[in-house]
Design a protein around this ligand. Structure first.
Ligand code: HEC
Length: 424
């Protein structure tokens, strides 16, 4: 029952997170577009430009002031709750999905770390990252945006690498997303909003605003702009095990982030130059390359090479080969046709506690992702997915909670390589 309600809690928060996230990123995309498309020819006095647009059957006329209108309007809309609510719902989601079941979702299988320590590292690194980022921006590096960008990129990828050593692939990715998202919201909360408040106050009291404030705000909003596409990728990456499930997941993330920043750069600059038009085909090509480098290798079980005795094997080498294989009742000599009964047994013990019409695991009230492995037919039709998640990458069993061994993975891999036959 509890698992059922946690699932609905997860669903509700995720839905809210997505809605407010769209409102936030959508508004920020819109304002970047607006800024880039203002008609700056012969602006009216005090304006830096204007723009006419038609949307939803109405015609709009927007004007941007150089500084402010002669009299501040009664209602000035501030865009902030979109960002704050995205962060709040994101933190809630992190708690419900990852910190409520740390051994299942957060920890990398085989890492000897107490769940509470892992949670502390996760939360601590989010806070620490914002502080480091803040200091970097306020340091002399802040005056050299390109260098600062490169330093930030390397630091974030280093964090991804660090996370990938102790967290499951999904958790590593989501923590990078949480770091970047928190930096973005921190920018709104700690820099952009105060700068805007100071500006409005200065206008109202007819004093000169501190000129350093808008510049700071500008650097931070530029960062936010470039962060959006990588963050959006991380948010959907959960559905793509060939990214986070790879042992090189941090490198894949780095590759995708570079492509995303390139694409964003093109969209930021295309209003006055097509100099970066190559970025789109280059990014598309980059995705094709990533698809190739992350392609699962044809199944070559680690034990096959060791255990395959040469044609005329001496008794000694055969023995060595045999002893090189850890004693594992489920494994058969790799050259033989795999006995399906053994495969079925492995899947039932390692997978069906969760992936069943009636899961016995207390953590799930229904088969996760609707994916069931109760019958031989289900095992056969789902062979490709089993291969992807439990053999090629080892993201299943989740948290390796059922302690599946490498030999068992190899056995399943061989069974699939031999055609996933279920006849006995
Ligand atoms: C502790 C419970 C648990 C165990 C044990 C487990 N899984 Fe999973 N599995 C999950 C969860 C939860 C998901 C959904 C992941 C998500 O949220 O995207 C999942 C998703 C999957 C998917 C993706 C299904 C889809 O259509 O998206 C496959 C394939 C899979 N598991 C295979 C396996 C195999 C094979 C085993 C055994 C070797 C296994 N799992 C063991 C919990 C488990």
């Amino acid at each position: 029952m509890e698992a059922h309600f946690t699932e609905w809690l997860n669903l509700s928060i995720r839905w809210v997170h997505m809605i407010v996230g769209i409102a936030w990123i959508g508004a920020s995309f819109y304002f970047v577009w607006l800024e880039n498309n203002l008609d700056r020819r012969n602006p009216r006095d005090g304006l830096s430009g204007d723009l006419w647009a038609i949307h939803g059957g109405g015609i709009y006329h927007l004007e941007k002031y150089k500084l402010a209108p002669p009299k501040m309007p009664e209602n000035l809309h501030w865009f902030k709750w979109e960002a704050y609510s995205t962060w709040l719902s994101g933190v809630a989601l992190l708690l419900v999905v990852y910190y409520l079941n740390p051994s299942l979702y957060l920890l990398k299988p085989g890492v000897d770390l107490a769940p509470s320590a892992a949670i502390a590292i996760g939360l601590g690194s989010i806070v620490a990252s914002y502080l480091i980022y803040h200091l970097l921006c306020d340091s002399p590096l802040g005056k050299r945006p390109a260098l600062l960008g490169a330093v930030l990129f390397v630091t974030i990828i280093a964090a991804a690498y660090g996370f990938s050593q102790i967290f499951s692939g999904r958790a590593a990715y989501i923590h990078v997303g949480a770091i970047i998202g928190s930096i973005m919201v921190g920018n709104v909360f700690f820099t952009i909003m105060p700068a805007q408040r100071a500006l409005v106050k200065a206008i109202e009291t007819h004093t000169t605003p501190d000129p350093s404030l808008p510049a700071k705000g500008l650097l931070r909003s530029r960062h936010n702009n470039y962060f959006t596409l990588p963050v959006l990728f991380i948010m959907i990456s959960n559905h793509f095990p060939s990214t986070y499930g790879s042992p090189y997941n941090w490198l894949i993330l780095a590759g995708i982030a570079v492509l995303a920043v390139l694409v964003r750069h093109y969209f930021n600059t295309r209003h006055n130059s097509q100099r970066f038009a190559w970025a789109l085909p280059a990014a598309a090509l980059g995705m094709v390359c990533l698809a190739y480098v992350t392609k699962p290798t044809p199944h070559t079980p680690a034990t096959a090479a060791q255990a395959q005795p040469p044609a005329i094997a001496s008794a000694a080498t055969a023995e060595q080969a045999a002893s090189a294989q850890p004693a594992e009742p489920a494994a058969t000599p790799p050259t033989d046709t795999v006995d399906f009964a053994q495969v079925e047994q492995v899947i039932h013990t390692r997978c069906s506690v969760c992936h069943s019409a009636n899961p016995t695991s207390p953590l799930f009230s229904a088969a996760p992702a609707g994916f069931m492995l109760d019958t031989p037919e289900q095992m056969q039709t789902q062979a490709a997915k089993i291969q992807a998640q439990a053999v090629a990458s080892q993201i299943m069993p989740l948290g390796n909670i059922t302690q599946m061994t490498q030999d068992e993975r190899d056995l399943i891999g061989r069974w699939i390589a031999q055609g996933a036959h279920i006849a006995r």
